[in-house]
Design a protein around this ligand. Structure first.
Ligand code: OGA
Ligand code: MN
Length: 281
């Protein structure tokens, strides 16, 4: 069966059909996948049955696979590249991060080189009487840029925002080491996609704490207005998970958030891998 990229009937996302991620993949097939991924921001693969090694191998096609800063705690034993997102408790201890990003964000935007891509493989999907829970929502920040009035586009283009790891209201205390690892950084508020050249807004309420050269009040107003614009319903695709889904998203083109509408005994387990990215341009 030949690989096929079918755009989702949604503001972001493409389904890749005809691929078994447990098998080796030739370069032509990967080129089709990568082009679809770069264009649509989210690529969905259904009905996959893969091992951790196979996920890491596929992830590595997109670039260098990262090890999460919390990997020692929630990395899969023997496969430290795989980070567990889960609400499952084993022997009284959580096996993974239970709440990965309940608020809108883009992965590692607080780093000098934010992650190019994040990949989740659905091992267990919570459900209530057959109703799947624990969706992930994606907002298309490229479409949001295109839809801005030209006056606002002129106002933001060329501006840089300050991204601060401590801006996000994280549930757990952050270690001094992690804080030292991620000092505040500046990124352009309008990013160019490294492969397609398409522009995206790169602004979020929690992580952006200011705009370079702008007074604090004006900056806050601008950040909030742009961040809220990106997550308007017309730019959002909400992925409803099925066991065996593998979803990979582009942290330049889309923002995302976890919908936490489930709790034990409804179990959720995702294998997460991330790909290193470049300095945003
Ligand atoms: C992440 C994340 C969302 C989810 O892994 O970076 O935000 O639904 N996950 O688990
Ligand atoms: Mn995330």
């Amino acid at each position: 069966m030949a690989v096929e990229a079918v755009k989702l009937d949604a503001p972001a996302g493409v389904e890749i059909r005809g691929v078994d991620l447990a098998q080796p993949m030739n370069d032509d097939t990967f080129a089709i996948i990568e082009r679809a991924f770069d264009t649509h921001g989210v690529a969905v693969f259904r009905d996959q049955q893969i091992t951790p090694e196979q996920q890491v191998a596929f992830c590595a096609r997109f670039g260098d696979v990262e090890i999460n800063h919390n990997g020692a705690k929630f990395g899969l034993k023997g496969n430290p590249e795989i980070y567990l997102i889960s609400n499952i408790v084993k022997d009284g201890r959580p096996i993974g991060t239970p709440r990965a990003g309940p608020r809108w964000h883009s992965d590692m935007c607080y780093a000098k080189r934010p992650a190019r891509a994040t990949m989740l493989f659905a091992v267990e999907v919570p459900e209530l009487h057959g109703l799947p829970l624990g969706d992930t929502a994606f907002a298309n920040a490229a479409a949001a840029w295109d839809a801005l009035p030209s006056g606002m586009q002129r106002r933001v283009e060329g501006l840089r925002a300050v991204f601060d790891f401590q801006g996000r209201k994280r549930g757990r205390p952050i270690s001094a080491e992690t804080i030292a690892q991620y000092p505040p950084v500046e990124h352009p508020m309008v990013r160019r996609h490294p492969n397609t050249g398409r522009k995206s807004l790169y602004v979020m309420r929690d992580d952006c704490t200011g705009v370079t050269g702008m007074d604090a009040g004006e900056a806050r107003t601008l950040i909030d207005a742009l961040a809220d614009h990106i997550i308007r319903p017309e730019f959002v695709y909400r992925h409803r998970w099925r066991k065996g889904d593998l979803v990979v998203w582009d942290n330049c083109t889309v923002q995302h958030r976890a919908v936490i509408d489930y709790d034990l005994p409804q179990r959720r387990l995702m294998w997460r891998t991330t790909v290193k990215g470049d300095v945003p341009q």
